[in-house]
Design a protein around this ligand. Structure first.
Ligand code: PMP
Ligand code: GLU
Length: 398
């Protein structure tokens, strides 16, 4: 009998970590690799947040917290949701988790039964489809393209909802496309979703602050879907706290209770020092941390100018988050330096091996014709990476 469960056999590894590990191994072997793989801010955690964590250690916050998080942190989350998103949540509607990743998993585990369908607009974040599989659900991909800014329409959504649809799950701002749904687009989507009360929306807003245009809208702001929506957010991107592992969900009470039940059996409350520090992070005026957004914007502009010059890359200017997701279908079906490029994962391997630039192929984002570059890296590395890619591809474009 096979020792492994069917569940784990269904799963793939997280491609973001696979590619970053490959880049790390090459670096360890002495190869000068520029890794634009993992999406994580390259800034240090701001000093006031660090200080709050030191204080928490000194004040002996070393015991279990309540499963859904310290009351003060849930109050701070509610305060943030009101201040930034004009959303009304009570602390009892909030569940603090080990990163937004667990917050999403808690919600999926709470609502998805075997065989239920989860709608995923393409491209989706790598873990969504795998999490759906973990919960026994089936993902239904809603196609989009480079031409439509990688966004679905309300009509497309309506055509895709069936009796089996349990969830629609999307990130706005989007990892990997860097686009986001406007107020009007979300309003039309909310109108559709409200007609199907058996559908839960998981709105992943973790890139909310990393946004170079107008403030983004949360779909939960539309009263007709508030009771159907789980808002997901966290500390990783906004405060450069990826390793501190704090995220949260804000849901209707019945769903928040279900998340607490799941988490209570799985991991208990999140790390207490990181929770205390998160209170400080959320209560600080976001303008204090804007220097990170300004730096990302400068890098985005730099990469856009350089990437546009790479033959065969179709590039959109990302409006938010810190990724480029160019369409590289020009190279698919070609043989580059003896490597057959069947899809963008092969192309990402080619770039890693020949240009020594790490990125993530689009296959696990649902877009085998695109690749993802994180530009949360120094300007010097970004400049050099674009040069290396252009040089590595030049023999195939002359
Ligand atoms: N959602 C999206 C869209 C992401 O890119 C990530 C990656 N950090 C997460 C959720 C999970 O974030 P974390 O678990 O670090 O809070
Ligand atoms: N979310 C980041 C990314 O997309 C970190 C890796 C992960 O959590 O999968 O690269």
């Amino acid at each position: 009998m096979d020792k492994l469960s069917d569940r784990v056999k269904r799963l793939g590894y997280s491609q973001t970590f696979v590619m970053s590990n490959k880049a790390r191994e090459m670096k360890a072997a002495g190869i000068d690799v520029i890794s634009l793989t993992l999406g994580e801010p390259d800034f240090d955690v701001p000093d006031n947040i660090k200080q709050a964590a030191f204080d928490a250690i000194n004040q002996n916050y070393s015991h279990y917290s309540p499963v859904p998080g310290f009351a003060e942190l849930r109050e701070a989350v509610a305060f943030k949701l009101k201040r930034d998103n004009n959303l009304d949540y009570k602390p009892t509607q909030i569940c603090v988790s080990n990163g937004a990743k667990q917050a999403i998993l808690n919600v999926l585990a709470s609502v998805v039964n075997d065989g239920d369908e989860v709608l995923l607009p393409v491209p989706y974040w790598v873990s969504y489809d795998e999490m759906v599989k973990m919960m026994g659900g089936t993902s239904v991909m809603l196609p989009t393209s480079y031409v439509t800014d990688f966004k679905i329409t309300a009509e497309q959504l309506e055509e895709s909802i069936t009796d089996k649809t349990k969830v629609i799950l999307f990130s706005s701002p989007c990892n990997p496309s860097g686009g986001y749904y406007t107020y009007d687009e979300l309003k039309s989507m909310a109108k559709v979703i409200a007609k199907y009360p058996h559908v839960t929306v998981i709105s992943d807003e973790i890139y909310e602050y990393i946004n170079y245009e107008t403030k983004t809208t949360s779909i939960a702001q539309f009263p007709e879907v508030y009771e159907q929506t789980a808002v997901i957010n966290g500390m990783s991107k906004a405060f450069a706290m990826t390793g501190w592992r704090i995220g949260y969900s804000a849901c209707p009470e019945w769903l928040a209770k279900a998340c607490e039940k799941i988490q209570g059996q799985m991991t208990s409350g999140a790390n207490t020092m990181a929770q205390r520090a998160s209170i400080t992070a959320l209560k600080t005026n976001p303008s204090e941390y804007k220097y990170m957004i300004d730096a990302f914007q400068k890098r985005r502009d730099l990469v856009y100018d350089l990437m546009k010059e790479i033959p065969g890359f179709k590039v959109l200017l990302p409006k938010a988050a810190f990724y480029f997701f160019p369409d590289i279908s020009y190279y698919i079906g070609k043989t580059l330096n003896g490597m057959e490029i069947k899809d963008s994962d092969d192309f990402a391997l080619f770039l890693l091996e020949k240009a020594h630039v790490g990125c993530v192929g689009g296959v696990s984002f649902g877009s085998p014709e695109c690749i993802r570059f994180s530009y949360a890296a120094s300007e010097e590395d970004l400049r050099e990476a674009m040069k290396r890619i252009k040089d590595a591809l030049s023999p195939f474009n002359s």
